[in-house]
Design a protein around this ligand. Structure first.
Ligand code: ATP
Ligand code: MG
Length: 327
């Protein structure tokens, strides 16, 4: 069997805040296989972005730090890697695209200059005309019309969808092994969103990269992912192949999320089913299962002990004492 490209093991990340220490990630473990698209899904605040920022070592400093675990890539632990070696990996072997392109694009520089800078940094062997050529080719690949002209424009001259494409182009210029996409389509309207997902799929087919796709939208997960990690309150609560998860969701939280997806036969404008209650704050985390206050199946032991992440067949994992009853 193929070896995983990336192994996240028991990752724990904390923030130092005025209210005290907030543990945003607790014992996060997953693997990413070559060519695979792994989805990370969960409600706002569950730790999706902190997971990707931890892998990339881009946590805000000095507040955020990794306090435990490892991120194994290419035989090395990225958590322990010296800053300069991490610098070579970031943007080159592992690239990231963000929800809001303007966080990655600098408003005062032309698109061409920003793309070329990525190449200057990671592919110093290219000369100026080769760099230019590579940028034009990449913009063409991500479906930007008249790429020559676009190179001389500023980010604000582009539409939201075009900016997102430029950011994808920038991330892919160095042909990364892993692309981390943190809600890359949330800010876009549905048609553009569908085009961007299609684009990512096409590019992946071409270059064989692995993708970590972060979203709170199970509909998007269904479109693009091979496997899914479901997070809640900084922990993984379920993980499985996509079809397995849709056919046999076991955690009450996952089951709730899946019921919240609009179906074709739902009446237009009818309210979606949502899970009542709110995600607990990192400062008031309950003992035991973090979903307990919203769970209709809660039992006394759920308030006393953390349910272990249990391994079932074919890579399905679930963190719930009562999961067996839902199989
Ligand atoms: N710089 C920070 N300082 C303190 N706490 C932080 C910081 N960044 C994130 N957090 C906390 O870490 C937790 C996880 O945040 P994260 O941004 O990973 O959520 P998310 O799953 O990406 O949510 P969303 O869907 O809204 O993007 C949250 O409780 C958040 O408040
Ligand atoms: Mg986020």
């Amino acid at each position: 069997m193929a070896q995983p490209l990336l192994q996240v093991r028991h990752l724990a990340t904390e923030f130092e805040t005025e209210q005290g220490i907030a543990r945003a990630l607790d014992d996060i473990s997953f693997e990413l296989m070559p060519g695979e698209t792994l989805g990370i899904v969960g409600e706002s605040g569950c730790g999706k972005s902190v997971t990707s920022l931890s892998i990339m070592r881009l946590l805000p400093k000095p507040a955020g730090r990794i306090v435990g675990g490892e991120v194994l890539f290419d035989g090395r632990d990225l958590v322990q890697l010296p800053a300069d070696e991490m610098h070579d990996i970031r943007g080159n072997r592992i690239a990231m695209i963000f929800q809001e392109p303007m966080t990655a694009l600098n408003p005062v520089y032309k698109v061409g200059r920003q793309l070329e800078e990525t190449l200057l940094l990671h592919k110093p062997e290219l000369n100026e005309s080769q760099r230019r050529e590579a940028c034009v080719a990449m913009l063409e690949k991500v479906g930007i019309p008249a790429p020559q002209r676009r190179l001389n424009e500023y980010p604000h001259q582009l539409s939201g969808g075009m900016r997102q494409r430029v950011m994808i182009a920038m991330a892919l210029l160095c042909d990364p092994d892993i692309l981390i996409a943190d809600e890359p389509t949330t800010a876009l309207d549905v048609t553009i969103q569908a085009q961007i997902l299609q684009l990512l799929r096409d590019l992946q087919r071409e270059n064989g990269m692995s993708i970590i796709f972060i979203t709170h939208d199970f509909g998007v997960i269904a479109e693009i992912c091979d496997r899914v990690v479901v997070m809640y309150g900084g922990r993984i609560i379920e993980q499985a192949e996509i079809l397995e998860l849709f056919d046999h969701p076991l955690h009450p939280y996952t089951r709730g999320l899946l019921q919240a997806i609009p179906k074709l036969d739902t009446e237009p404008k009818s309210l979606l089913k949502t899970i009542p209650g709110m995600v607990p704050s990192l400062f008031e985390l309950p003992v035991g299962c973090r979903f307990q206050n919203r769970c209709e199946f809660v039992e006394p032991r759920c308030r006393e002990q953390v349910p272990p992440l249990e391994d079932l067949d074919n890579g399905h994992q679930v963190r719930c004492f009562r999961a067996g009853e839902f199989r």
